[in-house]
Design a protein around this ligand. Sequence first.
Ligand SMILES: *[C@@H]1O[C@H](CO)[C@@H](O)[C@H](O)[C@H]1NC(C)=O
Ligand SMILES: *[C@@H]1O[C@H](CO)[C@@H](O)[C@H](O)[C@H]1NC(C)=O
Ligand SMILES: *[C@@H]1O[C@H](CO)[C@@H](O)[C@H](O)[C@H]1NC(C)=O
Ligand SMILES: *[C@@H]1O[C@H](CO)[C@@H](O)[C@H](O)[C@H]1NC(C)=O
Length: 386
Amino acid sequence: SFYLRPVPDDLTPEEKQELENIRRRKQELQEDIQVTQKKDTALLVWVKNMQRNKQVAMGRKKFNMDPKKGIQFLIDNDLLKNTSDNIAQFLYKGEGLNKTAIGDYLGERDDFNIQVLHAFVELHEFTDLNLVQALRQFLWSFRLPGEAQKIDRMMEAFAQRYCQCNPGVFQSTDTCYILSFAIIMLNTSLHNPNVKDKPTVERFISMNRGINDGGDLPEDLLRNLYDSIKNEPFKIPEDDGNDLTHTFFNPDREGWLLKLGGRVKTWKRRWFILTDNCLYYFEYTTDKEPRGIIPLENLNIREVEDKKPNCFELYIPDNKDQVIKACKTEADGRVVEGNHTFYRISAPTEEEKDEWMNSIQAAISRDPFYEMLAARKKKVSSLKRH
Ligand SMILES: *[C@@H]1O[C@H](CO)[C@@H](O)[C@H](O)[C@H]1NC(C)=O
Ligand SMILES: *[C@@H]1O[C@H](CO)[C@@H](O)[C@H](O)[C@H]1NC(C)=O
Ligand SMILES: *[C@@H]1O[C@H](CO)[C@@H](O)[C@H](O)[C@H]1NC(C)=O
Ligand SMILES: *[C@@H]1O[C@H](CO)[C@@H](O)[C@H](O)[C@H]1NC(C)=O
């Protein structure tokens, strides 16, 4: 080009200076262009990043409204790889994700979602944690959905992972599963202000007899777990202020009621506790062992008229004088089968009668979950006999 030509000999000093200036100016312009190009590239990267972040944010928003659609969007836009491991990591990090939505996605029945659930649970490290510590971590990473089948799958996956990380602590994953529920319920009993009678560590230990494939778990293990929950309640991600106690577990109720005897038709004042789909009654509020236990499985409830006010009755539908399956403790300490074809109960006020009837009705009709738990309990306690 013109500028690269050799400098002619016949230039005046002024012309030489002028040429020198032009060359310097050209050099400066070239440097300017390079800087601008670098700036442009940086700007381009920044814009692309912004677009990507915006899309990820949009994906998260979509996910929070409809988890499946959100995941689909992220995959379609190359923001997430469609493998169970990648999706599990995305949920485990959980940045900007609603924990209710994470729970919904993980709880889906679809084969692929179940794979993601397992990959998600495997991202949790439970080695050398006790069961309460592991549950704290697990229950904080998403919000358990309210549906029994979903909870069952998730807690099953949890129990498997816990046993894999801590071999030898429990005889089976069923044991771990049942104890996990016992702990969640203990949390409610100890920390829910509506539950007046707080179970003692002895009651907790006795409630968990026989769950280790027919054998008992070590007492110090149960004591440790009890103390841990007592000292610090479980936290679960709050969304709408509705904790598991209300969405899922029995609204535990307790109080004084009058109960009509089975054989001898006299009214006795008893302290009743409704929990774990059973009615327990005690002679005194401080008693450790109940006088009687009435499993609510297969029972119905109705209002009845009696000389006593505010009465209701637990009965077997279509009953032909069958005795209700229940047990009671005789005065001499023997535990015998009950001899009631119905249980008639009188509440102190009409309001309490209604509350008791509602709570018992709720406990009776929340079948799927209690059936699941009852089935596992039967399974582990029958193992010893076989
Ligand atoms: C992701 O892969 C699974 C099977 O591996 C498939 O069922 C699903 O439709 C895929 N999802 C998307 C959004 O491509
Ligand atoms: C434990 O109890 C506290 C207090 O009632 C409650 O806020 C929390 O949701 C409970 N945690 C679980 C996992 O039920
Ligand atoms: C998460 O989603 C649930 C259900 O859609 C909603 O009720 C709740 O308010 C959301 N939580 C937050 C923190 O946005
Ligand atoms: C139950 O009561 C019936 C009569 O009401 C009596 O014949 C029977 O022996 C009682 N059974 C027990 C186990 O007490």
